[in-house]
Ligand binder design. Structure first.
Ligand SMILES: Cc1ncc(COP(=O)(O)O)c(C=O)c1O
Length: 384
């Protein structure tokens, strides 16, 4: 297949159409070797030495990701956290970085604790407001701006193009956690980002059966090579079987994300005007704070993630989650099955999630079934 001649849907469905030349197999073998043979003259002409640094099991998945994100180079990691933290570890102590106040809580905790103790100067700002980014950025001192959009758990939206312009003018890199949008809905590199990050655990894998992380870079530059060194030395390397599962999952990425987005839009529209619901947080709702920016930078849907604030406060929210029969009460997102969770219980102190908020990851079940189950769960929570 010539990836320049076909659409990303075709690239994903056939995983670039690669075949195993030795066996003519259409799906790849799983290479599990931890080490590679050195040539008799002491060279490593295969280009591979040791599988903490590099693994042929990564090649096809990384090549697919380069195409889907329009980048120059991709790297797989052992988890989304391993991918994200590798970007920060490629900086130097004393470097100033900007990150959003509303973001994936585990990474925020790592930034405010480990990374800060290690010497990074981390400043959390309202990343949805370009004026706030402009005011906080320090030309020459700010080395990285980290964006997550739409962002956990309120699904706030950051204008990637506007933020990229501010970062570039100040000499900073822009990295975007695009886990929730996936390459199907947003192309951060085309909008000016330098690095795009995904928790491959979510939509890319798509079946709640692996933990993986991904970075894709617009340019194979010094900063990217430092990140590669961090992966090789710190060892947040993905396993061979997980790389294979990730590639398998990506074949259906476009179908799954489009179905989840369409269902999420229906669910958001339905519950936005519901007597037992205080508010629905979803960028696809006209009039929601991120809607206009999302219309510009998301194509073909607004994603499968939303939050519902129930009437009746925290007790009603927890009771609603307790009463679902089809939705699964679990953390995570991006799988085929729909998940519901009381987010403040997960994040604890410092969470931006109000007590009445339920985070929903919409899967690929029938949307009417999902709506009916939430209806009965809300009704039972309020009856009890
Ligand atoms: C937006 C986002 N980024 C990063 C991560 C971290 O990914 P992982 O759990 O694979 O480390 C998550 C996990 O929930 C996430 O939702």
């Amino acid at each position: 297949m010539d990836p320049k001649k076909v659409k990303p849907e075709s690239i994903a469905a056939q995983a670039l159409g690669w075949i195993d030349e030795k066996t003519r197999a259409i799906t790849p073998a799983i290479h599990v070797s931890s080490t590679y043979l050195r040539d008799p003259d002491n060279q490593y002409r295969s280009g591979r030495v040791y599988a903490r640094a590099d693994n042929p099991a990564f090649d096809q998945a990384e090549a697919v990701l380069v195409q889907l994100e329009g980048g120059a180079s991709a790297m797989l990691f052992a988890s989304g956290m391993a991918a994200a933290t590798a970007v920060f570890q490629a900086l130097a102590p004393g470097d100033h970085v900007l990150a959003p106040k509303v973001m994936y809580w585990s990474l925020r905790n790592w930034l405010m604790n480990f990374a800060t103790h290690w010497g990074l100067n981390v400043e959390l700002i309202d990343m949805t407001d370009p004026a706030a980014v402009q005011a906080a950025i320090r030309p020459g001192k700010t080395k990285l701006v980290w964006v997550e959009t739409p962002a956990n758990p309120l699904w706030t939206v950051t204008d990637i193009a506007a933020t990229a312009a501010i970062a570039r003018a100040a000499g900073a890199k822009l990295a975007v956690d695009s886990t929730v949008a996936s390459p199907v809905l947003t192309q951060p590199l085309a909008l000016g980002a330098d690095i795009v990050m995904h928790a491959g655990t979510k939509y890319l894998g798509g079946h709640s059966d692996l933990i993986a992380g991904v970075l894709v870079a617009r340019e194979d530059d010094d900063f990217w090579r430092r990140i590669r060194t961090v992966r090789a030395q710190v060892g947040g390397t993905l396993g061979s079987f997980e790389a294979w599962l990730l590639l398998r999952g990506m074949r259906t990425l476009y179908l799954r994300v489009r179905q989840a987005s369409a269902s999420a839009q229906r669910i958001a529209d339905h519950f936005a005007v519901h007597p037992l619901v205080e508010a629905v947080l979803y960028p696809g709702l006209p009039g929601s704070p991120g809607h206009e920016v999302s219309k510009r930078q998301m194509r073909g849907g607004f994603g499968g993630m939303m939050s519902v604030r129930t009437k009746g406060g925290e007790a009603a929210a927890i009771a609603t989650a307790a009463n679902v029969e089809l939705w699964k009460r679990a953390t995570s997102l991006g799988g085929t099955e729909s998940l519901i969770e009381h987010r403040a219980s997960v994040e604890g102190a410092g969470t931006p999630a109000p007590g009445d908020l339920l985070r929903l990851s919409v899967g690929i079940e029938d949307a009417d079934d999902l709506i009916a189950d939430l209806e009965q769960a809300l009704a039972r929570a309020h009856a009890g």
